[in-house]
Design a protein around this ligand. Structure first.
Ligand SMILES: [Zn+2]
Length: 125
């Protein structure tokens, strides 16, 4: 696995990710499409915060089960806690996920154009 360092635009919030990032999740839900999200999911232990999580603001909407963490200074969303599974997803046999969805656009030294894009149909879940 590889270490990536990440931060928001102003640098007030910094973190590290330890992962093999071989794809990006491109979701079409209302918030991901609006911010042009490219996400990658990691387990809780793969994300290491270098600055206090309280320095981030949290945005919740819709079912209020997801948490979007963004910098109150520069406004960049660095990672999010994904929503609980919807009944539709549970029906498809999806397993609950307790980790983080990291905004790949906040990582240094990553070639986003080389990643395989996986389209996620969040809009209909
Ligand atoms: Zn910032």
């Amino acid at each position: 696995m590889k270490h990536y360092s990440g931060s928001c635009h102003c640098g007030r919030n910094a973190f590290e990710v330890l992962a093999d990032i071989d794809h990006a999740r491109k979701c079409n839900c209302s918030i991901c499409s609006m911010r042009g999200a490219l996400n990658f999911r990691v387990l809780p232990q793969q994300l290491k915060l270098l600055t206090p999580i309280d320095d981030l603001s949290v945005y919740q909407w819709g079912s209020f089960s997801a948490k979007d963490y963004f910098c109150p200074n520069c406004g960049v969303l660095v990672f999010r806690k994904p929503s609980d599974l919807t009944p539709a997803e549970l029906k498809l046999g999806k397993q609950p996920f307790s980790g983080w969805a990291v905004n790949l656009r906040c990582l240094k030294d990553i070639d986003l154009s080389a990643l395989k894009l996986i389209e996620i149909d969040g809009a209909s879940l």
